[in-house]
Design a protein around this ligand. Structure first.
Ligand SMILES: Cc1cc2nc3c(=O)[nH]c(=O)nc-3n(C[C@H](O)[C@H](O)[C@H](O)COP(=O)(O)O)c2cc1C
Length: 187
């Protein structure tokens, strides 16, 4: 059993001009600076498909994600809120792999918005999916006013977010520690 989790950090929008990328980059830097996790950054643009492709189709277009999910112990999804929900391309991406490949793994959603709410509604939208997948929601992060965030210095970003991100990752690591035993027992 590997005690150091492999965290899959996912960016869920392919939109031209996406500002969520600045949040994705920030969290990626924080993960890379730690010595108790290893991280791979995944961009939906590299997994984008134009229709639902179910995992049982064994379609070569979705092979890369199906393989990746098997190696990921915990997920952080950076997603903007679009019309109170998540981007369609993110759902098409998640649906490429079997539920069983996600099950009993921690997940945290980092909501992003241009306004004051930081994607609270998109984070809530995920709860039914997380429940259905038998995943564990290891907290959530909220990034309001992403336009301002993008223009902040590294120090300003840290003033507002470093502790929150760090505490959330600590929680994920703890959840992984216990869930990996459960997964081993169930396999
Ligand atoms: C199709 C669409 C729908 C949106 N719906 C919402 C919304 O429901 N709530 C919200 O706070 N922002 C909404 N926004 C604005 C996003 O908060 C804004 O685009 C922000 O920059 C984060 O998304 P980005 O990564 O695409 O830039 C929407 C944007 C788009 C493109």
């Amino acid at each position: 059993m590997n005690s150091q989790p492999h965290i899959g950090l996912m960016l869920g929008t392919a939109r031209d001009g996406r500002m969520s990328e600045s949040v994705f980059t920030y969290i990626h830097e924080k993960l890379e600076a730690r010595d108790d996790v290893h991280v791979t950054a995944y961009d939906v643009r590299n997994f984008s498909v134009d229709k639902t492709i179910y995992h049982t189709d064994n379609n070569p277009l979705t092979q890369a994600w199906r393989d990746a999910v098997q190696t990921i112990d915990a997920f952080i999804i950076v997603t903007p809120e679009y019309n109170h929900s998540y981007p369609g391309e993110l759902k098409l991406w998640i649906d490429q792999a079997a539920i069983a490949a996600y099950a009993y793994k921690p997940i945290m959603v980092a909501g992003v918005s241009i306004g004051d709410f930081g994607g609270i509604r998109v984070v809530e939208q995920f709860t039914t999916l997380i429940s259905n997948f038998k995943m564990m929601q290891a907290g959530a992060l909220y990034f309001p006013k992403v336009g301002e965030f993008s223009n902040m210095s590294a120090e300003e970003k840290d003033t507002h977010y470093a502790d929150r991100v760090s505490n959330s990752i600590d929680t994920m690591v703890l959840c992984h520690k216990h869930l990996s035993s459960l997964r081993a027992e169930l396999s």
